[in-house]
Design a protein around this ligand. Structure first.
Ligand code: SF4
Length: 215
């Protein structure tokens, strides 16, 4: 199977089986998504979703968050990983949004990455989820699943994975392909023990091929 055929199989499979895949983070507007994605670094979406309602209630927009003090915000974030840094990042992010962007969330990766707490992955998530821009956010699931299936070859960094995926995924499908790969990694192609027995990607998966060869 060529790489092109492998991509075609995988994209077609997900299109049939998960046509409406989307982020599991709960949000109502771009501001809320940005806060949730910053909080989700090294943390589960489930845990973030337990935390954000209280934050959004107290700080419904960038302006209110920009006036928050560390001591006011920290208790709402305490149960999440890296609460110190994330508290500082959220306040700094909101202050910069108010000072430089009139309280609006920028719609380009190059502007988003200027905000505290926002790296390339977060900026790719925001622009692909909100604006359906063809930007591929590579988290640990996307990185692992892409390598296992054989969508990427010898990718050593998230950026290498991103570039290899973008080479083969049609632009209009990139935003949803991001969710397909994340959800597949979260529920089927699990890090420690992939559930190959119940996986529809098997016919195209390099890892599975090696697995059955070794039996
Ligand atoms: S066959 Fe196994 S390794 Fe391949 S994608 Fe499915 S779960 Fe992952």
């Amino acid at each position: 199977m060529t790489k092109k055929e492998r991509f075609a199989f995988v994209l077609n499979y997900f299109e049939q089986h998960a046509p409406n895949a989307e982020t599991e983070l709960l949000y109502d507007n771009p501001y809320q998504l940005l806060v949730a994605v910053i909080l989700s670094a090294q943390c589960t979406d489930k845990r973030v979703n337990m935390t954000t309602p209280a934050i959004f209630k107290k700080y419904p927009d960038a302006e209110s968050l920009s006036h928050a003090t560390f001591d006011e915000l920290f208790p709402l974030i305490r149960s999440i990983s890296y609460p110190n840094n994330k508290t500082k990042h959220l306040i700094g992010m909101a202050q910069m949004l108010m000072e430089d962007y009139n309280g609006e969330i920028p719609d380009s990766v190059s502007e988003l990455v200027k905000l505290p707490g926002v790296g390339r992955k977060t900026a790719n998530v925001i622009t692909s989820v909100i604006h359906h821009q063809p930007n591929m956010a590579v988290d640990t699931h996307v990185f692992r699943v892409s390598a296992r299936i054989g969508l990427t070859t010898n990718a050593k960094t998230p950026l290498q994975t991103e570039l290899q995926l973008l080479k083969y995924i049609p632009e209009e499908k990139v935003h949803i392909a991001h969710h397909w790969l994340i959800l597949h990694g979260r529920y089927v192609c699990i890090a420690r023990s992939p559930k190959c027995g119940e996986c529809g990607i098997r016919p195209a998966c390099k890892y599975y091929k090696t697995l059955i060869k070794g039996q």
